[in-house]
Design a protein around this ligand. Structure first.
Ligand code: FMN
Length: 200
């Protein structure tokens, strides 16, 4: 029996319809097209107190983020390049994942993580993509084979949210597809292991 997998997208910036958010939504739309239940944590939802400050982990934004990640079978991260790395807004949200260290699936364990960076040049796009994949490893997630480094000086998005460069559009969709593929395989193997335990 096919199980519905949950995919959460995290990223963007404070700017409404930021390019990082639009890139994230393209990848999520493909995940949804492939049957995943998707949700997105972006914009003001990411604006939470600095992690480590008193009570930061219990802010409403942090609680919503942590619940969404704990519930997720797959994750997609998208960040603009800020001075060669992940933006403070996105990194602070990711720092909050520390609160899931004792979860049944600690941090990002067992989850495929698609990573997307946007920048106004290749250097920042590539270094930020690499940083997101390093964070994913540190959080025990499985970076998808394909990540996307998007140069917004070369292409942007149409008013309908379609990437103007069809190759980048396809890459973003592939990331969404790979997250769902891994999540589905994991769900099937976990269900098989449980059935095996019961001698079914
Ligand atoms: C504070 C700040 C730092 C930035 N640093 C870089 C950078 O190091 N390299 C780069 O290519 N673009 C840099 N940019 C440009 C953004 O990465 C780029 O405009 C991105 O597309 C904006 O993403 P957004 O639309 O999701 O906000 C920077 C922008 C800001 C505001």
């Amino acid at each position: 029996m096919q199980q519905t997998v949950n995919v959460v997208g995290i990223g963007g910036s404070n700017r409404p319809r930021s390019t990082a958010e639009q890139a994230l939504r393209v990848a999520l739309a493909e995940a949804a097209r492939r049957g995943a239940a998707v949700r997105v944590v972006t914009g003001p939802e990411l604006a939470m107190p600095l992690y480590g400050a008193a009570g930061s982990e219990t802010s409403p934004q942090a609680r919503r983020l942590l619940a969404a990640v704990a519930d997720a079978d797959g994750i997609i991260l998208a960040s603009p390049a800020y001075h060669g790395g992940v933006s403070g807004l996105v990194k602070n949200a990711l720092d909050h994942i520390e609160e899931l260290r004792e979860d049944t699936r600690p941090y990002f364990s067992g989850r495929a993580v698609g990573c997307v960076s946007v920048a106004q040049g290749w250097q920042g796009a590539v270094s930020t993509l690499s940083a997101l994949r390093d964070v994913t490893h540190a959080l025990r997630g499985w970076p998808t084979p394909l990540g996307v480094a998007m140069n917004t000086a070369a292409s942007g998005f149409s008013p309908e949210g379609q990437c103007q460069d069809p190759r980048v559009q396809e890459q973003l969709e592939t990331v969404g597809a790979q997250v769902v593929e891994f999540a589905t395989l994991r769900a099937l193997s976990t269900a098989g292991a449980v059935a095996g335990d019961r001698g079914v």
